[in-house]
Design a binder for this molecule. Structure first.
Ligand code: MG
Ligand code: MG
Length: 250
C-alpha cells in the first residue's frame, strides 16, 4: 500500500532531509585523496547526532555504519572501512539516511576524488541528469512508469548500463515503503498522487547492467568492474512542482 503523507509528516521529512543534505555538504568538502571511508562515516554520524536525528542505516538489517560508501565499480551498500582509502581519480558514492521525528530522508551522491577522467565526469553528469529527469515526472496525474522511463531515456541516450536489481522506493515512516521504482520502464501505471513520497535513485554504469553482491553480503559491484554512479533524492508529489525533501532548508 502506498501511504500519502500529511503536511505535518512532510514537514518532518523536510527536516530529516535537511540533515541528510548537511552531511552531503560536508562530504563534498572533505572528500579528497587520502581520506578513508571510515573517517567519512565518523563525520556523517557526528553531524546526524548533533542535529538530534538517528542514522537510519546504522543497524538496518544489521548494516554496521551510518552511510554507505561505494568506490568506483562498487554500486551501492559499500561498508565504510579504515583500510579503504580513496585516491586521486576515484569516484565515491555516499548514501545517507537520517530519521527525524519518526520520518526518514534518504539521499545519495557520487563525488569525484581530486581530478577524474573525462569519461567519469560524464558518468556523473548523466546520472545526475537522469535523477532530475525522474524528479520532473513526480507530478499528480502522472504514473510511476513516467519516472522510470525518464531515467531510462537518459541512460539509453548515453549508452550507460542500468542496474536492474535495485531501484527507488517509497520513503517516509521507514526507509523502504511501497512502491518499488524501477530505473527502466516496466509499464507500471500506478497513479502519482499528492502526498506520495519516493526516493528516486538511478544507478548507472559505464559498462553493462550486471551486478554482484560481495562476500560481506552488502557491497554491490558491477560484474565487468566498470565504474558506477548513484544519485538519489527523496521527493514528494505536491499539487504543484515536485518538492525535493533532501536538500538544505533556506
Ligand atoms: Mg539511499
Ligand atoms: Mg534509497
Amino acid at each position: 500500500m502506498i501511504q500519502r503523507k500529511s503536511r505535518d509528516e512532510i514537514k518532518r521529512m523536510r527536516h530529516a532531509g535537511h540533515i541528510v543534505a548537511l552531511v552531503h555538504q560536508e562530504m563534498k568538502k572533505v572528500i579528497e585523496p587520502g581520506i578513508s571511508t571510515k573517517e567519512l562515516d565518523n563525520i556523517a554520524f557526528k553531524i546526524i547526532k548533533e542535529n538530534r536525528a538517528v542514522p537510519t542505516f546504522l543497524g538496518y538489517n544489521g548494516f554496521p555504519a551510518s552511510i554507505c560508501t561505494s568506490v568506483n565499480e562498487q554500486v551501492v551498500h559499500g561498508i565504510p572501512d579504515e583500510k579503504c582509502i580513496v585516491k586521486e581519480g576515484d569516484i565515491i558514492s555516499i548514501d545517507v539516511g537520517a530519521t527525524y521525528g519518526g520520518m526518514v530522508g534518504d539521499s545519495a551522491w557520487t563525488y569525484p576524488v581530486g581530478k577524474i577522467s573525462h569519461e567519469l565526469e560524464k558518468l556523473l553528469i548523466y546520472t545526475e541528469e537522469a535523477l532530475f529527469a525522474g524528479i520532473k515526472q513526480m507530478r499528480a496525474g502522472n504514473v510511476l512508469d513516467d519516472i522510470s522511463s525518464a531515467i531510462e531515456a537518459v541512460a539509453n541516450r548515453e549508452k550507460l548500463g542500468i542496474v536492474r536489481q535495485y531501484g527507488g522506493h517509497g520513503v517516509g515512516h521507514v526507509m523502504h515503503e511501497d512502491p518499488f521504482l524501477f530505473n527502466y520502464s516496466v509499464g507500471d501505471k500506478t497513479l502519482l498522487k499528492q502526498g506520495m513520497s519516493i526516493a528516486i535513485e538511478p544507478m548507472l554504469n559505464l559498462g553493462g547492467d550486471d551486478v554482484v553482491v560481495a562476500e560481506d553480503n552488502w557491497t554491490v559491484s558491477t560484474v565487468d568492474k566498470k565504474p558506477s554512479a548513484h544519485f538519489e533524492h527523496s521527493v514528494v508529489v505536491t499539487d504543484d512542482e515536485p518538492l525535493i525533501l533532501t536538500k538544505l532548508m533556506p
